[in-house]
Design a protein around this ligand. Structure first.
Ligand code: 6GU
Length: 472
């Protein structure tokens, strides 16, 4: 590749010729030339700018001087490897740094690393007369294989394009063969194919100024290290670059990512990542909750229940009125709802029954025997609409419920245990409860639609001060 940079401050870029990029240059992959724009002026003052037509502050760089300079530099001999492009012919790009350009990204840099000739035209003052970009941007206006790119480094203003030219050359040159030793490190780094920011790196000493290296990195367990690094990359990406998180495609997300993302408040939907929010339900959510409950209750019913049994249960027990009752007794019922950004309907909910006295027994005798700890809360309902299954919403609701229960005091005592009953044949929910830290502690008899059911009873301790509690 040949890179030509035209500037009124060639000395600003002189270190480039000496240093860096040295390896690629030595290996013959990169040829670099600097040019002083004033060499193409023809007046005694070597004038490169003039006042803006139409008035206004600052100066604009003259199109005639730039045109002469660019034409001559474009005509430079460029050696192209025979096998480089097949029939496509050599590619030339005229890159013009400007704060009003397209934001430069690693994808654009990767593309530029494949061109044969890169010409960078550094403007100063208020920029270059707009006809220059227009002229060279038109195909045919200046040669078949010329592409023009006006690019910006980011949303802030520099005095001129020189720093942006340095940035572009360094970003492109490190992708050329022979510059970065290990091509694998290109895939893993920030803005690589994973679509994530890179995880944090550490080296010896393992303790520095009271700060320890994360112990997992010393464990020698490569699967755990990989998971930890991936989690940190996800965490950095969603907190520092929510725009990148929102742009992640479902195939860039693995199963283990979902729990981490759920904890960070992001749902993995078919169309990509969306923010999710868990909050306490309010009385005016009663209608939406009844609608959600009616849509989700049938999912967990045993197959021998008829549609009629289910409909009767819903019309008796999952009404707006019933939910309004729950919501007006917050010391008895904890109701949390989950929402996904951009989706109107509630995505899921949990309902937990809080004991009113520290020694209150679970309402069913058989449960009271197999769950001896007190105070004991019941996780009565945790439902997510089927279209939001596998998004992480269930995990997020479970964690927020446990964390919120952990902050509740009953007669001054923290809740010791949460229990729940679930249909034994629902494999999906059994797995979910096991992953959420519940243990199967026994079974109980249960009547639905006049039929006896054997329910599995699961329980887990409530740990105080878990992160993720939902405020009142
Ligand atoms: Cl490419 N040029 C200038 N002058 N300012 C900038 C920039 C470029 N990118 C961000 N700010």
């Amino acid at each position: 590749m040949r890179i030509d940079i035209i500037t009124i401050f060639p000395e600003y870029l002189a270190p480039l010729e000496l240093s860096l990029i040295g390896r690629a240059a030595e290996a013959g992959h990169l040829q670099l030339a600097l040019h002083d724009l004033r060499d193409w002026t023809d007046d005694a003052h070597r004038t490169v700018d003039d006042t803006p037509t139409g008035g206004g502050a600052g100066m604009v760089m003259k199109p005639d001087v730039w045109g002469s300079a660019i034409d001559e530099v474009l005509a430079a001999e460029v050696s192209v490897p025979d096998d480089a492009h097949g029939s496509a012919g050599p590619r030339t790009v005229l890159a013009i740094p400007t704060p009003s350009g397209t934001r430069l990204t690693q994808r654009i840099v990767e593309d530029l690393a494949t061109v044969d000739h890169l010409v960078i035209a550094c403007g100063r003052y208020e920029g270059i007369d707009a006809r220059v970009a227009e002229h060279y941007g038109e195909t045919g206006g200046a040669g078949e294989n010329l592409e023009t790119l006006e690019y910006s480094l980011g949303d802030y203003v520099l005095n001129g394009g020189e720093v942006a030219a340095l940035a572009l050359v360094e970003a492109v040159a490190r992708l050329l063969p022979g510059v970065v030793g290990n091509p694998e490190s290109l895939a893993e780094e920030s803005h690589g194919t994973a679509g994530l920011l890179e995880y944090p790196g550490y080296t010896r000493p393992t303790k520095w100024r009271e700060l320890e290296v994360p112990p997992v990195l010393l464990s020698g367990n490569h699967a755990q290290i990989e998971r930890w690094r991936r989690d940190r990359a996800l965490e950095r990406t969603v907190t520092r670059r929510p725009d990148m998180a929102a742009a992640l495609r479902p195939e860039q997300i693995d199963k283990g990512d979902r729990a981490t993302l759920a904890r960070l408040g992001w749902a993995v939907t078919q169309t990509g990542l969306r923010r999710m929010r868990i909050r306490r339900a309010r009385p005016r959510d009663a209608d939406a909750l009844a609608n959600l409950a009616a849509a989700t209750f049938p999912l967990a019913c045993p197959p021998e229940l008829t549609q009629r049994d289910i409909a009767v249960f819903i019309s008796r027990n999952l009404t707006p009125r019933r939910f309004r009752e729950y919501l007006t007794e917050p010391e008895r019922y904890l109701v949390l709802v989950g929402e996904i950004d951009g989706i109107d309907a509630l995505a899921g909910y949990t309902l937990a029954v809080i004991p009113l006295t520290a020694d209150e027994e679970p309402y069913a005798d058989d449960v009271a025997k197999i769950v001896p700890q007190r105070p004991a809360a019941e996780l009565s309902k945790i439902y997510v609409r089927s279209e939001h299954h596998s998004t992480g919403m269930g995990q997020a609701l479970m964690e927020a419920t446990l964390a919120t229960l952990g902050g509740i005091r009953v007669e001054g005592q923290p809740i010791d245990v949460v229990w729940l009953g679930t249909n034994l044949r629902n494999r999906r929910s059994q797995k979910f409860y096991a992953r959420s830290g519940f243990a199967n502690v026994g079974a109980r008899r249960f009547l639905v639609g006049g039929r006896e059911q054997d329910d599995a009873v699961w329980a887990r301790s409530v740990v105080e001060t878990m992160p993720g509690a939902v405020a009142d």
